[in-house]
Design a binder for this molecule. Structure first.
Ligand SMILES: [Zn+2]
Length: 141
């Protein structure tokens, strides 16, 4: 669960572009190609290949879904930049029609009062999923 949680953050590795001369409106910019479904598919296949002993199809599907969920969930935010879900087929940036998730401050700003407020809001949104994930189950024999 921790590895998949970490993998879900992979698309935001594009934030390194804020420190480089990158066109933020292009595919290399924030919420560009790393937030696309094709990127999620590629990462899923890579994970399935590397971890094939755990089942190629199962691992690929799970890792791909985790990475794809990031871009899809970002469309629900009230940020100023949509996500390039359909890259490389389209450079259009998408937002969902309903955007209830606030965008947290970046970097050290995450530790600010506003950052903590946003994390609390997100925790409430995802509390049902967290409870489901952590709910005790019988282990398979
Ligand atoms: Zn993102």
């Amino acid at each position: 669960m921790l590895a998949l949680s970490a993998l879900s953050l992979l698309p935001d590795a594009d934030a390194i572009g804020f420190l480089l001369p990158v066109d933020q409106g292009g595919a290399m910019g924030h919420r560009g190609f790393t937030h696309s479904l094709v990127f999620a598919l590629a990462i899923g296949l890579a994970c399935g290949t590397v971890l094939r002993k755990r089942g190629f199809l199962r691992t690929s599907a799970l890792a791909g879904a985790v990475v794809a969920s990031h871009g899809l969930l970002d469309t629900l935010t009230n940020g100023t930049t949509g996500t390039m879900l359909l890259w490389p087929f389209s450079g259009e940036r998408f937002f969902a029609p309903w955007r209830p998730v606030p965008v947290p401050p970046v970097g050290l700003g995450l530790a600010s009062a506003r950052g903590l407020e946003v994390m609390a809001i997100e925790a409430v949104y995802f509390l049902p999923l967290l409870a489901w994930a952590l709910w005790p189950r019988k282990r398979a024999a």
